[in-house]
Design a binder for this molecule. Sequence first.
Ligand SMILES: NC(=O)c1ccc[n+]([C@@H]2O[C@H](COP(=O)([O-])OP(=O)(O)OC[C@H]3O[C@@H](n4cnc5c(N)ncnc54)[C@H](O)[C@@H]3O)[C@@H](O)[C@H]2O)c1
Length: 326
Amino acid sequence: MHLLIIGAAGMIGRKLADNVCGKGTIGGRTVTRLTLADVSEPKVATNFKGERHSIVADLSSSGTAERLIEGRPDVIVHLAAIVSGEAEANFDKGYAINLDGTRSLLDAIRAIDGYVPRLVYASSLAVFGAPFPEQIGDEFHLTPLTSYGTQKAIGELLLDDYSRRGFLDGVGIRFPTICIRPGKPNAAASGFFSGILREPLNGLPAILPVPDTIRHWHASPRAAVGFIDHAAGLDTRLMGHRRNLTMPGVSATVGDQIAALRDIAGEKAVALIRREPDETIHRIVSGWARDFEAARARDLGFNAETSFHEIIQVYVDEELGGRLPF
Ligand SMILES: NC(=O)c1ccc[n+]([C@@H]2O[C@H](COP(=O)([O-])OP(=O)(O)OC[C@H]3O[C@@H](n4cnc5c(N)ncnc54)[C@H](O)[C@@H]3O)[C@@H](O)[C@H]2O)c1
């Protein structure tokens, strides 16, 4: 079968492409053709046995969506987006990529008679906005409080409607905050959730801008790949017309994260975390959801880690080859 990954040069896209190239399947089916697309050059893994293509293209520009699906991919994983900070700072760019880009993909699919691919759509917890209960259930309404969250929520509705009309077969997955994000620190308000673990695990100092009591919902990059893999092969008749799911994860406070770091890497690693309170970051993350039920996704077979120890261990195994700095 033919798999297209859009946003393949990003963090989750790269992990997914590596996984598919390594095991040769997605959703339990053998991938014989793999197309990776992104505005930045996607890396094509060398160990893939089938036919490979790499396309540099902007999904929001006219004609791109049509070009990407020329080879009629059986499964499309749509990860291309700009993240919340950038979408808030640049209103036009956020709507152009996160909403119009998604719509152009859906319409390009719709325009091809008899073509009904599986579309896995990357949504976000940002579709929810405060006030909300301590634990958010699967019936909770969508009230985004950012432009990014609004764009993702509209994408979810379109996915439901285009699936209901039989134009495509969609599964929307609301990722938890993916932690530990590999690579360099980034400017995202959520960056410290990964930074306070990643930097010490590499023997480097890290800054913690919020109190230890801040609680949030997390899963590892490995779990993110697992969600997509499962969504690609899911029997969507089990979902009815509600095609978007909150993914399982671990609800943990910053204090829980640090305790797990101490257990795995010791006191020397924890000592590298410097507390520098930042009122702006504190205010932003205080408004984020803390815990989810995610019962529907679990019932449908989606799995994530069950403790922060497991989340840290994934990073140690995948990014550090099992080695700790101390
Ligand atoms: N990482 C998380 O914690 C998280 C949480 C919730 C949702 N998500 C969603 O999951 C998806 C992937 O996340 P990620 O962490 O890998 O993000 P990322 O920023 O690392 O990757 C996104 C990729 O999309 C590409 N892209 C941006 N605009 C594009 C365009 N116009 N055309 C083609 N490609 C374009 C970027 O170049 C980038 O490689 C995104 O849709 C994101 O909103 C991620």
